[in-house]
Design a protein around this ligand. Structure first.
Ligand SMILES: N[C@@H](CCC(=O)N[C@@H](CS)C(=O)NCC(=O)O)C(=O)O
Length: 119
């Protein structure tokens, strides 16, 4: 079973790699503005999870520089996700607001929809 998962994961990553979307180009000023807006976001993910690939591709398409944490490799971040979000399910977007409030958004489709505000 593990070997099948490893092979599927490798296929997913390969397909993602050969079809990586081009990011939109912004002026340096505009990109900086977007970077400032996304600075309080963090994506908790697994590298080869297809739902995570979907979100990362959207980030790429929109040239969003959002920090990512691979919770398969990073025990501290995994614990953070568990304690903050309530479960180790990925993808999960950690959203910190201006007042320091934190929201943990699960579901790839909801995350992709949330990212639409950064055009
Ligand atoms: N419907 C979810 C599916 C996410 C999902 O199934 N993620 C898997 C990894 S590929 C996971 O974290 N499973 C652990 C769990 O469900 O507890 C989405 O679109 O984000």
């Amino acid at each position: 079973m593990k070997i099948i998962r490893v092979i599927l994961g490798a296929i997913i990553l390969f397909l993602d790699w050969i079809t990586t979307p081009r990011g939109i180009k912004r002026t340096p000023e505009l990109q900086k503005e977007v970077d400032n807006k996304t600075a309080k976001l963090a994506l908790y993910h697994f590298k080869a999870c297809p739902f995570c690939v979907k979100v990362r591709r959207e980030m790429k398409r929109k040239s969003l520089n959002i920090v990512t944490y691979d919770v398969k490799r990073d025990e501290q971040r995994r614990q953070e996700l568990l304690e903050g979000g309530g479960r180790v399910k990925v993808p999960c977007l950690r959203i910190e607001d201006e007042a320091g409030g934190v929201k943990w958004m699960y579901e790839s489709s909801d995350i992709v929809e949330y990212l639409q505000q950064y055009s």
